[in-house]
Ligand binder design. Structure first.
Ligand SMILES: NC(=O)c1ccc[n+]([C@@H]2O[C@H](COP(=O)([O-])OP(=O)(O)OC[C@H]3O[C@@H](n4cnc5c(N)ncnc54)[C@H](OP(=O)(O)O)[C@@H]3O)[C@@H](O)[C@H]2O)c1
Length: 288
């Protein structure tokens, strides 16, 4: 089903984009970087050949370039021993010339918890070490995972008061659903997490003022699943028919929403910007 002129006009007023906000954040980072005594340095660890990961890494490297930040990519083949990655992390933890360590997910055939546990919390650009996640749980936001910060920023930009709002998150991962629920609970939203074992997802999403979806399944969320006037944030990212797309069946959903994030151009660019901002935060934690 295509869009007519009215649809396109309506879409412009409903568009909750992330690109402009991302540019603003990167602009602030760039200004800050020139005032620092050292050039901040990000180490990126990538294991395997996951195609979406390659795109995300390229976006992060471009953002480093734009803001005057140094980055080094450490690439491992799939099948590399976990101990090799752990050894590298140990060296990077001890290297005062490295300010942030980013392990690109997914990490095939390795124990993710063990890998994140080995990263120094002050170099934890992704905010996924037990210490940083624990602090988030306690309401102490030292380093917030970038996708979570991106979604929180998009919601902040709408000026909608989250107090008492029904928010449904379709994702319960350590990267998105769990930490995001902590941040939104702190803002007094009523949060429900859905996942593959949830009996009737539409029952929950139809009640929601805000739906945040991150399943990675194209066309997962359709119009009949959401309440009229709700806000929809699509953090999913997958390749479908040779294009990057999110979870939302856009044509059916946007007609019912008051605001909706596009994919690409929504959560993605803001996540990259917050990753870079988190590196500056790490730099500051190490120079206190
Ligand atoms: N835009 C960005 O910047 C950004 C950043 C990071 C990740 N992402 C994207 O976000 C998505 C999720 O990433 P992740 O690391 O959290 O992945 P993940 O660990 O695989 O989590 C996916 C979540 O979605 C749920 N899910 C999957 N299929 C479902 C279905 N049919 N019905 C209900 N729930 C379903 C899973 O439920 P179970 O727990 O029951 O399996 C799980 O909780 C991916 O598409 C990823 O590419 C985007």
């Amino acid at each position: 089903m295509g869009m007519n002129k009215t649809d396109v006009a309506m879409l412009k007023t409903k568009n909750l984009g992330g690109t402009k906000l991302a540019d603003e954040i990167l602009g602030e980072v760039k200004k800050k970087v020139v005032t620092l005594t050292e050039v901040p340095h990000l180490a990126i660890i990538f294991v395997g050949e996951n195609e979406p990961s390659k795109i995300f890494i390229r976006m992060k490297q471009n953002a480093c370039k734009k803001t005057g930040i140094k980055n080094t990519l450490f690439k491992f083949n799939e099948g590399t021993k976990e101990s090799e990655v752990l050894d590298l992390i140990k060296k990077l933890n001890e290297d005062a010339g490295v300010h942030g360590i980013l392990v690109q997910l997914p990490i095939p055939n390795m124990d993710e918890n063990k890998i994140f546990n080995s990263i120094s919390p002050v170099k934890d650009v992704d905010g996924l070490t037990p210490k940083n996640i624990g602090n988030l749980l306690l309401g102490n936001e030292i380093i917030v995972p970038a996708t979570v910060a991106a979604i929180a920023e998009l919601l902040r930009s709408t000026n909608v008061d989250l107090k008492g709002k029904e928010v449904v998150i379709i994702n319960r991962s350590n990267l998105i659903g769990k930490p995001l629920s902590m941040v939104l609970i702190k803002k007094s939203a009523t949060v429900t997490l859905c996942h593959t074992k949830t009996k009737d997802i539409a029952k929950h999403t139809k009640q929601a003022d805000i739906v945040i979806t991150a399943t990675g399944k194209p066309n997962f969320l359709v119009g009949r699943m959401i309440k009229k006037g709700s806000i929809v944030i699509d953090a999913g990212s997958a390749r479908y028919k040779d294009k990057t797309c999110g979870d939302v069946n856009f044509n059916s959903v946007y007609k019912r929403t008051s605001l909706i994030t596009p994919v690409p151009g929504g959560v993605g660019p803001l996540t990259v910007a917050f990753t870079i901002k988190n590196l500056l935060r790490c730099y500051e934690l190490q120079h206190r």
